[in-house]
Design a protein around this ligand. Structure first.
Ligand code: ADP
Length: 652
C-alpha cells in the first residue's frame, strides 16, 4: 500500500458514475427494494471468489470458512448493514471497482434510463442488475469497509452520492466487506412497513423473494419477547417478558433445480412447488431438466393439479420465473413459453441471462428463444408420454387444460402439427371415453374419405340432431365438439393424416363411397319428380335460405338446415355473433325428408293451391323448426308462435 493511501482523501466519481447516481437518486421511484438483492448478490459473488481461490491457496481463508452474509438493521443509528466474509477488496480495487462503471450492463442501463427520462419510474429498475450504486436509492450515506485476505489493514470508503467519495485506510478484523447504509428517513418509517428496511420481517420477506437460493446463509438477529416458564414448562403470566436474541438463517440456500433429479424425492418437489407458487395441492406433473451445451440452463416446471379459475381471462398472469446463477431476476416471464402453455408454472435458471436485462431486451434474446423452444419440446414430450402410459391421468390433465391446447392449435400455426396427437374428443363411438384422432382413424372403414364432426351444446343435443341420423344408420363415427374453441381448432387443423374434417351440417356429406349407387339414384329421381314443389318452397323462403333440396340424410326428422361446403358454419356464425355483432352469415340450405309425413302433407297443399296461405305457413314453420333444432331462435318468434297456434286450433 502506498504511503498517501493511508490518509483520508476525497475523490471524484468518474463522470458516468455520477450520472448514474444522479438518475438513480432522482428518477426512480419503484422497486427500490432491489438494492438489497444487488448487495447480497455482490456479497455472494465475493464469497464464491474466496472459496474458489482458497482451493489453491488455503491461507486466504485465514482459518475462517464459515461463509455467511449478515444483515444488521439498527433502529438507533437508522443504518442497515450487509456484511460478508468474502474476498474483500484492496485499496486499489476499491477505487477501480467502486468508483467507475466498468460493466457494459450498467452502461446499457444508464442509456435506457436516459431514454426513459422522467418516466423512468417504470418497471425498468426491477429488471436490471444495477449493482452497488442502487444502495444510494435508499441511503443518504453509504459506508463500505473492506479487507482483502492477507492484508494487514482494511479500507474505508464513504459517499453521500453527491459526486465525490472519501477513501482511507482503517482497521478491519474480519476478512470481507461490510456495507453500512444510513437510510433516508422514508425507508425506516413505520407508516410504510413494506418499505421499512429496518423492519426484520420486511427484510426477511425481501430476502425470501429475491435471494432465497443464494448459496451461503443470509443471517439476521431476531429479537423476540417471551414470558418465562415454570419448571413444568407453563408460561408464568405475571412475570415480565424477557427479550431473547436469536440468529435466523433467512434463505433456504439449496436451489432444488441444480441438484440431480435422482436425488430429489417427490415430496421435495411437491413442497418446493407449494411453497414457491402458493398452491395447497401438489402439482400434477413435474418436469425437471438440465442442459449444457450451446445453451446452458436448468428448468423446473410444474403442471398444477388444477387450472386456476382465471386461466382463460385476458389478464391472467402467466409466466416463468427467471434466475441467473440462483439469483432471482424476474417473475412472470411470458416470452419463454407459447401462450397455449400459459398454465405451466416454474422457473428457469441460466447463466446466459444476465442480471442486467430488461423485458424488452429479453424479447429479442436468442438464448431465451432457444431455451423456450427446448422447454416447449420437453413439455409436449411429457404430455405424449403421459397420454400413452397413463391415459387416466392424461384425461385429468385434459379436463383441466384441454382448451388451452386447443387454443394453441388455432392461435399458433406452427403448433398445429405438434399438438394434433395430443387432442382428445368425445365421439359417437363410446359415451364414456374420449378419443384421439389417431384412434378415430384406426376405427374408420377404409372407404370413409373424411373425418366427421358435429357441433352442439352437449352429447344429447348433438345426438338428436337430424343430421346425425344417416351417419348413425351407416355406423359412421362422429367426433363431437361441445366447446366453442373446438370448431376453431378443427377448422385450423383442416385435416389429420390427409383426411379432411367434415361437418355433418355441410351440404355435401362426402358419403359417396359409402352410399350405394341405388340409393343415390333413388334420391336423384325423387328430386326430379318433386322439382316444382321444391322450387315453390325455395321461392317462398328466398330471403332466408340459399337453397332447398330433397335429402337422404334424414330418417325420422322432417327437415334440417345445413350450410354450404365453403364459408362459415351455422355454429360458427352463432359464436361469432356472440363475440361481436358479426356480419358473417352462414349459408342456409333447407333439406327435406321425402319420406316424412309432413312432406306428403306439404305436397298435397301445394298441389291443391300453390299460392295458399296454408302452404306458405307450412314452409315458414318448417324453416323455423329447422332453426330451432340448431339452437337458433326463429327470426320472428311471435309470428312463428302465431302460426303454430293457428295450426293447433285448426286441428282441434
Ligand atoms: P457488478 O456486481 O455487476 O460487477 P457492482 O457495481 O455491483 O457491479 O460492483 C462492482 C464491483 O465491485 C464488483 O464487480 C466487485 O468486484 C466489487 N464488489 C462489489 N461488492 C463487493 C463485495 N461485497 N465484496 C467484494 N467486492 C465487491
Amino acid at each position: 500500500m502506498t504511503q498517501e493511501a493511508t490518509a483520508k482523501v476525497t475523490r471524484e466519481f468518474q463522470a458516468e458514475t455520477k450520472q448514474l447516481l444522479d438518475l438513480m437518486i432522482h428518477s426512480i421511484y419503484t422497486h427500490r427494494e432491489i438494492f438489497l438483492r444487488e448487495l447480497i448478490s455482490n456479497a455472494s459473488d465475493a464469497i464464491d471468489k474466496v472459496r474458489f481461490e482458497s482451493l489453491t491457496n488455503q491461507d486466504l481463508l485465514e482459518g475462517n470458512q464459515n461463509f455467511e452474509i449478515f444483515i444488521i438493521p439498527d433502529e438507533n443509528t437508522h443504518t442497515l448493514t450487509i456484511s460478508d466474509n468474502g474476498m474483500g477488496m484492496t485499496y486499489d480495487e476499491v477505487i477501480e471497482n467502486i468508483g467507475t462503471i466498468a460493466k457494459s450492463g450498467t452502461k446499457a442501463f444508464l442509456e435506457k434510463l436516459k431514454e426513459a427520462g422522467s418516466s423512468a419510474d417504470t418497471d425498468l429498475i426491477g429488471q436490471f442488475g444495477v449493482g452497488f450504486y442502487s444502495a444510494f436509492m435508499v441511503s443518504q450515506k453509504v459506508t463500505l469497509l473492506t479487507r482483502a485476505p492477507g492484508q494487514t489493514s482494511g479500507v474505508r470508503w464513504e459517499s453521500t452520492g453527491d459526486g465525490t467519495y472519501t477513501i482511507e485506510e482503517c482497521d478491519k478484523e474480519q476478512r470481507g466487506t461490510t456495507i453500512i447504509l444510513t437510510l433516508n428517513p422514508e425507508y425506516y418509517s413505520a407508516e410504510h412497513p413494506e418499505e421499512n428496511f429496518l423492519n426484520t420481517y420486511t427484510l426477511e420477506s425481501l430476502i425470501k423473494k429475491y435471494s432465497d437460493y443464494i448459496r451461503y446463509p443470509i443471517k439476521m438477529n431476531f429479537v423476540t419477547e417471551e414470558k418465562p416458564r415454570d419448571a413444568e414448562g407453563k408460561i408464568i403470566e405475571d412475570a415480565p417478558a424477557v427479550q431473547q436474541t436469536e440468529v435466523r438463517t433467512l434463505n433456504s440456500m439449496t436451489p432444488l433445480w441444480v441438484r440431480n433429479k435422482n436425488e430429489i424425492s417427490t415430496d421435495e418437489y411437491n413442497d418446493f412447488y407449494k411453497d414457491l407458487f402458493h398452491d395447497w395441492e401438489a402439482p400434477m406433473e413435474v418436469i425437471h431438466s438440465k442442459v449444457e451445451g450451446v445453451v446452458e440452463y436448468a428448468a423446473l416446471l410444474f403442471i398444477p393439479a388444477h387450472a386456476p379459475f382465471d386461466l382463460y381471462h385476458r389478464d391472467f398472469t402467466a409466466g416463468i420465473r427467471l434466475y441467473s446463477r440462483n439469483v432471482f431476476i424476474m417473475d412472470n416471464c411470458k416470452e419463454l413459453l407459447p401462450e397455449y402453455l400459459r398454465f405451466v408454472r416454474g422457473l428457469v435458471d441460466s447463466p446466459d441471462f444476465s442480471l442486467n436485462i430488461s423485458r424488452e431486451l429479453l424479447q429479442h434474446s436468442s438464448q431465451l428463444k432457444r431455451i423456450g423452444k427446448n422447454l416447449e419440446k420437453s413439455i409436449l414430450k411429457t404430455l405424449e408420454t403421459l397420454l400413452s402410459k397413463d391415459r387416466a391421468k392424461y384425461e385429468e390433465f385434459w379436463k383441466e387444460y384441454g382448451n388451452a391446447l386447443k387454443s394453441g392449435v388455432y392461435a399458433d400455426y406452427s403448433s398445429r402439427d405438434k399438438l394434433q396427437n395430443l387432442l382428445l374428443f368425445p365421439t359417437s363411438h363410446n359415451a364414456d371415453a374420449l378419443t384421439t384422432l389417431e384412434e378415430y382413424m384406426n376405427r374408420m372403414p377404409e372407404t370413409q374419405k373424411v373425418i366427421y364432426y358435429a357441433t352442439g351444446k352437449d352429447r344429447s343435443s348433438v345426438e338428436r340432431l337430424p343430421q346425425m341420423e344417416l351417419l348413425r344408420e351407416k355406423g359412421i363415427e362422429v367426433i363431437y365438439l361441445f366447446d366453442r374453441v373446438d370448431e376453431f381448432a378443427i377448422d385450423s387443423l383442416g385435416q389429420y393424416k390427409e383426411k379432411k374434417f367434415q361437418s355433418i351440417s355441410r351440404a355435401n356429406l362426402n358419403l359417396d363411397e359409402i352410399e350405394s349407387a341405388e340409393e343415390k339414384k333413388e334420391t336423384e329421381e325423387l328430386a326430379k319428380e318433386k322439382d316444382s314443389l321444391v322450387k315453390a318452397i325455395k321461392e317462398h323462403l328466398k330471403n332466408k335460405v340459399t337453397d332447398v333440396r330433397i335429402s337422404r340424410r334424414l330418417k325420422s326428422s322432417a327437415v334440417c338446415l345445413v350450410s354450404d361446403d365453403a364459408g362459415i358454419s351455422l355454429s360458427m356464425e352463432q359464436i361469432l355473433s356472440e363475440v361481436n355483432k358479426s356480419m358473417f352469415k352462414a349459408s342456409r340450405i333447407l333439406e327435406l325428408n321425402p319420406n316424412h309425413e309432413i312432406f306428403t302433407v306439404l305436397n298435397d297443399l301445394y298441389e291443391k293451391a300453390p299460392d295458399s296461405e296454408a302452404f306458405k305457413d307450412y314452409c315458414d314453420l318448417l324453416y323455423g323448426q329447422a332453426l330451432l333444432m340448431e339452437g337458433i331462435a326463429p327470426e320472428d318468434p311471435i309470428s312463428f308462435a302465431g302460426k303454430i297456434a293457428k295450426l293447433m286450433a285448426h286441428k282441434q
